[in-house]
Design a binder for this molecule. Structure first.
Ligand code: FES
Length: 85
């Protein structure tokens, strides 16, 4: 995982099984930087208190009312493009 900041937005990029995912980079709990967390399959595990988010949907695993914004992302001509709209 890595952090990127297009237009000043905090976004974490992850690649699992060749697929790219882009999510809000600050944890929905207390804002810890998610790029410093770990991946467990499709779960992004926050480094601070181990909250788990599904990187495909952004949903918090323990309660689907909470979650992270996700962004469409693709690789093209050697670049990673994140749709911020
Ligand atoms: S800040 Fe992420 S789990 Fe607490």
């Amino acid at each position: 995982m890595t952090a990127v900041y297009p237009l000043g937005l905090n976004i974490v990029l992850a690649r699992v099984d060749g697929a790219l995912y882009a999510l809000a980079g600050a944890c929905a709990h207390m804002g810890c930087p998610l790029y410093m967390g770990t991946l467990d399959g499709f779960s992004l595990v926050c480094p601070c208190h181990d909250w788990r988010f599904d990187i495909r949907t952004g949903r918090f695993r323990a309660s689907h009312e909470l979650g992270l914004r996700t962004y469409p992302v693709k690789a093209e001509n050697g670049k990673i493009l994140v749709n911020l709209a």
